[in-house]
Write a protein that binds this ligand. Structure first.
Ligand SMILES: N[C@@H](CCC(=O)N[C@@H](CS)C(=O)NCC(=O)O)C(=O)O
Length: 228
């Protein structure tokens, strides 16, 4: 049996989505255990730490793995594991070597290059919001300074690369939807949510629409709500 430990409005949306795609394609069954974030800190509840030492979502537990090795963390590993184990006709796996290189590149790019500056921007904004009124001007200066110096350029370069890629092919690994689209969706949707995705990036916006109109995606939203 597969169990997904899901946290509201988080990266585990990816795994619910992939599980829904696998359910539609093969009838794969799974259990979903959902948690809310802490109201004040927005962090995950401590129950997640009891399942995996990192205590972050997503966590997938597969009873068919050896005892002591059943809890998997990190979205990319979970996606790879689900495809390797349950996508028996390789419907969501890259079809050839070129597609595999693109797939692997974007699989790492999501968490390695796009999420870090987005998360850092979010943390700085929250620090500004939460700082006492007399410290706000300093906090704002710090946020704007770091944004200008590092974060904005990194986000822009990443989004430009994404736009160029999606102008050439409908999905990240070529002509077919793969696990790389699931992995990238959260990061690109986060950029849109933070209003840093330019409206002129039409290929990226069309890809977001393509993702959001898939039957598996629609089922996911029915089950756990929208991603943000
Ligand atoms: N690189 C990890 C990141 C996991 C992660 O940071 N998850 C966030 C949800 S978006 C989380 O659980 N945050 C709550 C917390 O840190 O307490 C992945 O891709 O799975």
């Amino acid at each position: 049996m597969i169990t997904l430990y899901h946290l509201e409005k988080s990266r585990s949306f990816r795994i619910v989505w992939l599980l829904e795609e696998l359910k539609l394609a093969y009838g794969l069954d799974y259990d979903l255990i959902s948690f809310n974030r802490d109201n004040k800190t927005y962090l995950a509840p401590k129950e997640l730490k009891a399942i995996h030492p990192m205590g972050k979502a997503p966590i997938l537990v597969d009873d068919s793995l050896p005892v002591g090795e059943q809890a998997l963390a990190e979205s990319a590993l979970i996606i790879e594991y689900l495809l390797k184990t349950y996508d028996r006709e390789q419907k969501f796996y890259p079809a050839d070597d070129k597609a595999w290189r693109d797939y692997t590149f974007w699989m790492h790019f999501a968490e390695g290059s796009l999420m870090p500056p987005l998360v850092m921007g979010l943390i700085l904004s929250k620090a500004c919001e939460k700082s006492p009124f007399f410290a706000k001007p300093i906090a704002r200066k710090l946020k704007d300074g770091i944004g200008k110096m590092i974060l904005n350029n990194n986000v822009s370069s990443a989004l430009e690369l994404i736009e160029q890629s999606l102008a050439k092919s409908p999905w990240f690994a070529g002509s077919e939807f793969t696990g790389a689209d699931v992995q990238m969706y959260f990061a690109v949707a986060a950029a849109r949510e933070r209003t840093v995705l330019p409206s002129a990036m039409t290929a990226t916006r069309a890809w977001l629409d393509r993702c959001e109109s898939r039957a598996g995606f629609i089922k996911t939203v029915e089950k756990v709500g929208t991603v943000f």
